[in-house]
Write a protein that binds this ligand. Structure first.
Ligand SMILES: Nc1ncnc2c1ncn2[C@@H]1O[C@H](COP(=O)(O)OP(=O)(O)OP(=O)(O)O)[C@@H](O)[C@H]1O
Ligand SMILES: [Mg+2]
Length: 358
């Protein structure tokens, strides 16, 4: 073969390689599972796992254009000037501001898809709270479609959480899941791929933060920000007393003098501050147990209750619940990602989980 002929052959190979095939384009498409939470949004991509885990918050300019999303917007929260505002588009587990929720989802999906600039989202499964209305469900579906997904399915969060912790939701056996989220506490008894009984209260970790802020305002004349309250809860918050109580310092504004002030905070005060929302969660768990059919109650007695969601990380929460209802309580591994991982498993094995999709 002459050099000319070799050149010609190579050019032909190059040409045929550069011709895009249907397979090439379809490989750019992505199937995603989404846990759109009041506090955090997680995205799971098929064959990849959790690829995004960001706070559900955006920062907007005066033209209502997004200038930051997730962690970056969270850093700006409570530190903005008049030309920037931060917005959390979800309240109590549901979309409170459609336009901004859509923009946030679109930005988050775009950041996941950035390596596939020509690709698009083919299928999306979104986890939704059990307690939401048909109108609220439609809003989630519309937002997911408007943010680029071609085919949208919904799944109840507690079922996704049960799948995420590795429970076999299809068997005729009662499993009790308690998802302690930022905006909601969701309790469900699951058997045969369905929810036998569920309870959802719009009280969660964010209410605890509000109670911490109001406690320090009332008791110490100190105004602290939401982020300081969250930090206090993480570091020294607890559901039951410690053998040795904890302390930390926090900063805020003295409401009498108007000047900045540092205060030594102890875990007993924090426990008192969050006692009301914690009691509301406990009452909801007790009510769910009272409404559980007896055969399934027996299963729960054997297997115990599984806690998921960020609230499961509150110190001693398992102790408080197990002592109040006299049942074993397990904390899911990595409770902040359980729903996203469960929705991901459903996405990857859709034929097996057809009956749980809404
Ligand atoms: N270590 C911790 N101690 C106490 N609370 C925590 C801890 N870590 C996270 N949280 C709380 O968990 C909540 C977030 O949990 P999660 O991400 O499960 O909520 P979400 O899914 O966004 O909300 P929802 O399901 O209600 O819409 C926040 O309120 C946060 O303060
Ligand atoms: Mg959640």
């Amino acid at each position: 073969m002459s050099t000319k002929e070799i050149d010609k052959a190579q050019k032909t190979i190059k040409k045929s390689n550069s011709k895009p095939s249907r397979g090439f384009f379809s490989s750019l498409n992505m199937d995603l599972a989404l846990d759109l939470g009041t506090a955090n949004t997680l995205i799971y991509a098929r064959n990849k796992g959790v690829v995004l885990n960001e706070p559900s918050i955006v920062a907007l300019n005066t033209k209502n254009e997004i200038i930051a999303v997730g962690h970056e917007a969270q850093l700006m929260h409570e530190k903005t000037h008049k030309n920037i505002r931060t917005v959390r588009p979800l309240k109590g587990g549901v979309i409170a501001d459609f336009d901004i929720a859509e923009k946030m989802m679109r930005e988050m999906i775009r950041s996941v898809m950035k390596t596939r600039w020509m690709g698009s989202v083919k299928k999306m499964i979104v986890a939704v709270p059990n307690g939401i209305t048909a109108v609220e469900r439609m809003a989630v579906r519309d937002s997911a479609e408007n943010s680029g997904a071609k085919e949208v399915f919904l799944v109840e969060e507690t079922i996704a959480a049960a799948v995420g912790v590795g429970l076999d939701v299809k068997e005729p056996m009662g499993n009790m899941i308690v998802d302690l989220g930022g905006g909601t506490t969701e309790i469900a008894i699951i058997s045969l791929s369905g929810i036998v009984y569920s309870q959802s209260i719009r009280i969660g970790g964010e209410r605890m933060n509000e109670e911490i802020v109001s406690f320090f305002r009332r008791k110490h004349n100190l105004l602290i920000g939401e982020r300081s309250a969250e930090k206090i809860k993480h570091e020294i918050g607890s559901a039951t007393p410690f053998d040795e109580e904890l302390e930390m310092t926090t900063k805020g504004r003295n409401l009498v003098s108007g000047t900045p002030k540092t205060l030594l905070v102890n875990s007993k005060d924090v426990r008192e501050a969050i006692s009301e929302p914690l009691n509301a969660c406990l009452e909801a768990i007790k009510k769910s147990l009272e409404n559980t059919p007896p055969e399934l109650s027996a299963d729960v007695l054997d297997r115990g209750i599984t806690l998921t969601g960020g609230g499961a990380l509150l110190k001693n929460i398992d102790k408080l619940i197990s002592e109040s209802i006299d049942l074993p309580v397990h904390i899911a591994e990595d409770p902040l990602t359980t729903v996203a991982r469960g929705t991901g498993i459903i996405l990857e094995n859709q034929e097996d989980y057809q009956s749980v999709l809404i």
